[in-house]
Design a protein around this ligand. Sequence first.
Ligand SMILES: C[S@@+](CC[C@H](N)C(=O)[O-])C[C@H]1O[C@@H](n2cnc3c(N)ncnc32)[C@H](O)[C@@H]1O
Length: 238
Amino acid sequence: MECHAATFPSEGDLGAPRPYAATYAFNGPFIDAYHRRLADSASNDPAALALFTGKLWWKEKIRGWLRIEDALKLYELAYFCEADILELGSFHGLSTTILASAVRNAGTGRRVFTVELDPVSCQNTLMTLRRQRLVGHVTQLCTDAVAGIERLAGQGSRMGLVFVDHAHTYEAVTAACRAIPAVTAPRGFVLFHDFNDERNGIGGDDDYGVLAAVTENCVPSAWEFCGVYGCAALYRLS
Ligand SMILES: C[S@@+](CC[C@H](N)C(=O)[O-])C[C@H]1O[C@@H](n2cnc3c(N)ncnc32)[C@H](O)[C@@H]1O
């Protein structure tokens, strides 16, 4: 297991591209063929990734905002995850597809729980998962992120990976940071999207407070910083 502490962005290079690097040890640059094909998923539409669906001649373009480095890290973390996985914010199911494909391909029987507030996005995610034949690996909760965390924690769920991608504001990400430990297994990973984004910086966008919320709430006594990949920051709970 490798951490990349030197990838923490300084104010001067916030938003500068950070390459994908492996956290887990595996042979070669990619885990399997699906992981390799993610690296070749760029589409002409900057708001979509064209994902390979397992047949070499067929790609499906799914709307979303993942960079290829984010997609590679999500797949790796889900593939090797030692417990179930929680996603906050699914939109059209781009990240949900990558997480569910990883647990299917790993064959570990892990489940992906995805929490989405918007009923239309819940429906779009379901349609994407149906087309990808991944419905059986995913449980959808169409509710608010913190409400979903509290419901799952109350049921005794303890996740090995939480992907936080429902909000950019300081308040919403702070609320998630405070709620997440209750639903996370010991030594569980949390991946925060939009952390390495210049809009979080001084003079940036007032609606962007991901970096401040994470660094103020995920304190070193309880959370270990493990690296930045694309625009996502990886932390691990103690
Ligand atoms: C950036 S998009 C998620 C993108 C998705 N992860 C992907 O890979 O394409 C954020 C999503 O979070 C949802 N959302 C916003 N506020 C939320 C909340 N409080 N709880 C749960 N979902 C929320 C939005 O409806 C939207 O679909």
